[in-house]
Design a protein around this ligand. Sequence first.
Ligand code: MF3
Ligand code: CO
Length: 255
Amino acid sequence: MAVSIKSEHEIELMRESCRLLSIVHDELGKALKPGMSTWEVDKLGEEMIRSFGCTPNFLHYNGYPASICVSVNEEVVHGIPSKKRILREGDIVSLDAGLIYKGYHSDAARTYGIGTIDPKVQQLIDVTKQCFFEGIKYAKAGCHLHDISLAIQQYAESFGFGVVKDMVGHGIGKQLHEDPQIPNYKTIGRGIKLRPGMTLAIEPMINLGTWEGKTLKDGWTFVTKDGKPSAHYENTVLITEGEPEILTLPAGAVR
Ligand code: MF3
Ligand code: CO
């Protein structure tokens, strides 16, 4: 499938979809506290999305049973919220959320520590976020897609961290997952040439230990093979003639 180029009108709708999502993330980040279940996080997120008149795009996607992916510690992505999973001091939690506004999707992820966490794990969270910013130095017209991928990988690996290879970023717009796929690691060639009007979900998933992972028997939760923690950071980004516009980080948003 060809990579879609959004019109100015579509870009306006993407901006609003992403702005609303950034509010959801900011509020969820503030609500996290020890003793909270991952189910409560999901409910809070879903209610907020619906209160904006929007639809949670992850709910029932390929059968996924919730609106927010809540992944704790060694869970990399696609953790399933549960009343039995209680957040404890020292845990880290990745929240991956998205919504549909007037037919346009947004997608973003953040990782938070609960209370005081191990400094090495805090570094993992910080480096994962910085991987995104290293990557988007190449998210501009004239660069190629895999320039982003390589920058992310090199930054993560310079700290000895493992780059997840089983999951990738993606184009986004009228659908949650559009072409192109965006690996966070080196693959063959430089990838497609980036053009203004492309909207991309760039999402480094970085492990403290090995890059390898596996899916649990629930069919969704993807965990690290060695049981060490993993972090995730994602924004929906618009390619322009100049600097990229980070749509899920509008001015004033907490990142
Ligand atoms: N943010 C995730 C992604 O980019 C979407 C989660 S898929 C779901 O692929 F099925 F878990 F919702
Ligand atoms: Co995504």
